[in-house]
Write a protein that binds this ligand. Sequence first.
Ligand code: AP5
Ligand code: MG
Length: 191
Amino acid sequence: MLIVFIGPPGSGKGTQAKRLLSHLNIPHLSTGELLREAKAKNDSLGRLAAQYMDQGRLVPDPLVLAMVGEKLQDPAYAKGCLFDGFPRTLQQARSLDESLAQRGTPLDLVLELRASEEELTSRMLKRAAAEGRVDDNPTTIAHRMEVYRQQTAPLLDYYRFRGVLTPIDAMNTPDEVFFDIKAAIERRRLS
Ligand code: AP5
Ligand code: MG
């Protein structure tokens, strides 16, 4: 199965994708995590990406697309993938569609995690205290939300039009959200 998680910062994309890993036995591809790893290594991609990530801006499409393209060459991704935080722009979505069409494996499902900005901000400020992610501060969080509204939310119509979008109430507890996600996947399998 090929599943995309779309949702604003803090909506639980990473949390739920990790839970689904063992349930579906397919790998997780988080562009945010890959970019944070590159940043930690301080390689050329990481240094460049940091200039965008630390301000809550999107890393330019060509960099992200090259990184994802390389990752998808790995045979581990042949049987499916959980995309977390990718695609995030229309250009990324179109490019993903093209490469999946070449493989003959279109997307099965796009899960939209929905939650209020107030709840999301409070989750990220809690995480800031626990983990110290550089972009989890009030100014950068507000900018990440704005970037989501401007650049990523338009993808919802793109996927709705294709009939693959399923909204999920992400205000619930992680267990409840996971339950709803599994139910949406089951419905898709049976359809
Ligand atoms: P990325 O790492 O993707 O961050 P994000 O979208 O801002 O989202 P988060 O990872 O903060 O949240 P999440 O939805 O994964 O929620 P989580 O499960 O962690 O991107 C970071 C940056 O990298 C971007 O700003 C950009 O610069 C760059 N980037 C990444 N991808 C890119 C791309 N494709 N193109 C261009 N640039 C890109 O949960 C959040 C917190 O809430 C956790 O502490 C969790 O424990 C808690 N939590 C989760 N679920 C619940 C729940 N149901 N109830 C209560 N608490 C919960
Ligand atoms: Mg995440």
